[in-house]
Design a protein around this ligand. Structure first.
Ligand SMILES: Nc1ncnc2c1ncn2[C@@H]1O[C@H](COP(=O)(O)OP(=O)(O)O)[C@@H](O)[C@H]1O
Ligand SMILES: [Mg+2]
Length: 248
């Protein structure tokens, strides 16, 4: 059983990114992601003001760093701790063992849209129906805890309806259409990733929106949390997600 049980198959963030990046339909939504070597970090910081560093197999927002280069200074934030370094060598010397041990990846930083001055992003839940077709069963916003760089529920993020979080940025039918677009992008990413996760029944795409309202797929999960939907006052989505989860 075990060896052939594909459910046990697990790829890290970098492998998933490299695989999805081959797909023309979603490549433009994927922020540049590379192994966090010193050369890659250095070259990415020449193109992007900020990069995010994350463990290849991390979850729940754990072990995530935000690295910003301001002038000649390197600012590294994790949790609520902020450290400043005078050179990339100084930073890398202190952290590279940790980066190697957990196979850190570096990703172009997206300046997340804010709600009440706190960053938020979106989770699109995609599940297989009775005929094994992928369907969007839920979409939810996650608002970062005060002063945090991650939005994860497990790191103190607050689940909220996407309509609420988008309300200061988009009104009426434009908002409805935008939410529909997010669902389609999330679904397409899950359809692509399913090709290397044939036996998974549920996927969850994490989508960030930048200040120009451009969507970016941060990652796609193959074991998406369902409890997050229970946190919404309106239980319609939660019920649908649970119904699909127990289909077969
Ligand atoms: N490139 C990025 N730009 C901006 N924020 C990011 C970026 N990558 C991650 N984050 C923040 O960190 C959170 C966790 O990152 P994610 O890649 O989803 O890892 P995890 O597996 O820990 O959930 C995201 O939901 C988002 O809030
Ligand atoms: Mg995530």
């Amino acid at each position: 059983m075990g060896f052939f049980n594909k459910e046990k198959f697990k790829f890290g963030k970098l492998h998933k990114y490299n695989f999805m990046n081959k797909s023309n339909s979603i490549r433009s939504y994927l922020p540049d992601t590379r192994l966090a070597t010193k050369a890659n970090i250095s070259s990415m910081l020449r193109s992007y003001r900020t990069i995010f560093l994350k463990p290849d197999e991390g979850a729940g927002g754990q072990g995530i760093y935000k690295l910003t280069k301001i002038g000649n200074k390197y600012i590294l934030i994790s949790g609520t701790v902020r450290k400043q370094y005078n050179s990339l060598d100084a930073l890398y010397n202190l952290h590279h063992r940790w980066f190697v041990k957990y196979k850190y990846v570096a990703q172009k930083g997206i300046e997340l849209l804010k709600y009440n001055k706190r960053p938020f992003d979106i989770r699109v839940m995609v599940q297989k129906n009775k005929s094994r077709q992928l369907e969007v069963t839920g979409i939810i916003g996650r608002l970062a805890k005060q002063g945090r760089i991650v939005t994860n529920y497990h790191s103190g993020g607050t689940p909220l309806p996407v309509e609420t979080l988008l309300s200061p940025h988009l009104k009426g039918t434009r908002r409805t259409e935008y939410i529909h677009k997010m669902e389609q992008i999330g679904k397409q990413a899950c359809i692509v990733l399913e090709r290397i996760y044939r036996s998974r029944k549920a996927f969850g795409a994490d989508i960030a929106i930048d200040s120009k309202m451009r969507p970016w797929i941060l990652e796609v999960n193959t074991k998406p949390d369902t409890k997050i939907f229970r946190a919404l006052k309106d239980k319609t989505m939660y019920k649908r997600v649970m119904r699909y989860k127990n289909l077969y």
